[in-house]
Design a protein around this ligand. Structure first.
Ligand code: GDP
Length: 198
């Protein structure tokens, strides 16, 4: 039984795993260094951290594509084991990157991954990390925009079970994220596997 995390490199997946599990996960690896699928055991549950996808400096394009293919294949092959998926995005750069892709007539890779997870019926939680970098007065605007780009009609507040703005740095939003995870796992009748999530 496993919970998977996907996201671009450097969005803070390791930091979130550390916040959720209290495990000493290595954070702040040099961006551009490809990583393997990493598995953390928490009680009877595994947390699986996928390699970061999308553009990375020093990583050639074919390798970026290869990583994405590897992630997609893993999700397909292990679908039955996966009880929850989280896609982590960077609150500050998401919209800017998405717009750049859309201008070129391409689907942004984060949006593509969100659709793919939904196709697999994984109903991903989108963890919007680094919210501490967005001033309070802009947060609703930024979150509505992310919501819209993901294909979910704004306002973002109607998607409280899907969108979780957090800061893995300050801990803001982490209790709410934990609540969403608990609700989802309980809904599957798997509450007894949640002992690790305090
Ligand atoms: P990963 O590559 O997705 O696993 O990302 P990491 O967890 O290694 O984090 C990448 C960088 O972002 C590190 O320098 C972290 O300190 C920083 N970081 C992670 N979460 C946050 C956050 O919520 N706010 C801010 N400001 N920085 C963060």
């Amino acid at each position: 039984m496993e919970i998977v995390l996907v996201g671009r490199s450097n969005v803070g997946k390791s930091s979130i795993i550390r916040q959720l599990t209290g495990k000493k996960v290595v954070v702040g690896k040099r961006p551009g260094v490809t990583r393997r699928i990493t598995r953390y055991q928490v009680g009877k549950m595994d947390i699986v951290d996928m390699p970061g996808f999308g553009f990375m400096s020093r990583v050639p394009r074919f390798l970026q594509e290869k990583i994405k293919t590897e992630i997609v294949r893993y999700l397909e092959n292990n679908r039955k084991e996966i009880v929850l998926a989280m896609e982590v995005v960077d609150a500050r750069s998401f919209s800017e990157i998405a717009e750049r892709w859309q201008k070129r007539g391409q689907i942004p890779v984060d949006v593509e991954m969100f659709s793919f997870l939904n196709e697999l019926n994984l109903s991903p939680i989108v963890v919007i990390n680094k919210i501490d970098l967005i001033p309070n007065t802009y947060r609703d605007v930024v979150l509505d925009d992310i919501c819209d780009k993901l294909g979910l009609p704004p306002p973002w507040r109607q998607w409280v079970d899907v969108l979780a703005p957090v800061s893995a740095k300050t801990g803001e939003g982490i209790p709410e994220l934990k609540k969403i995870i608990k609700r989802r796992i309980h809904a599957l009748g798997l509450g007894r596997y949640l002992g690790w999530l305090k």
